[in-house]
Write a protein that binds this ligand. Structure first.
Ligand code: SF4
Ligand code: SF4
Length: 79
């Protein structure tokens, strides 16, 4: 669906959101659903809350316990 319409599926969207019970402040929600070689978000994060592993093609994952909600990663994302 994403490749044809540009719209992610409900499952894809739900996969990147956090359990709201665990949240106490703003957190980055990275809607990056394709295995592309990209990492400005991870490199820019001042607290290293974003992990892209095991390869550069892996999708970024945010640790909500580390993210401060500064939004720097959002501003540097080319997509
Ligand atoms: S919002 Fe800030 S702290 Fe959170 S993942 Fe993005 S750059 Fe890192
Ligand atoms: S910078 Fe944007 S497109 Fe690149 S990995 Fe991060 S979220 Fe995905």
């Amino acid at each position: 669906m994403l490749n044809k319409t540009g719209v992610p599926t409900r499952v894809q969207v739900q996969s990147v959101f956090f359990n709201e019970v665990t949240l106490s402040s703003f957190k980055a929600v990275i809607e990056c659903y394709e295995d592309i070689p990209c990492n400005p978000c991870a490199l820019s994060c001042p607290v290293k809350a974003i992990t892209i592993a095991p390869t550069l093609h892996s999708q970024p994952v945010v640790d909500p316990d580390v993210c401060t909600g500064c939004s720097i990663c959002v501003s540097v994302c080319p997509y």
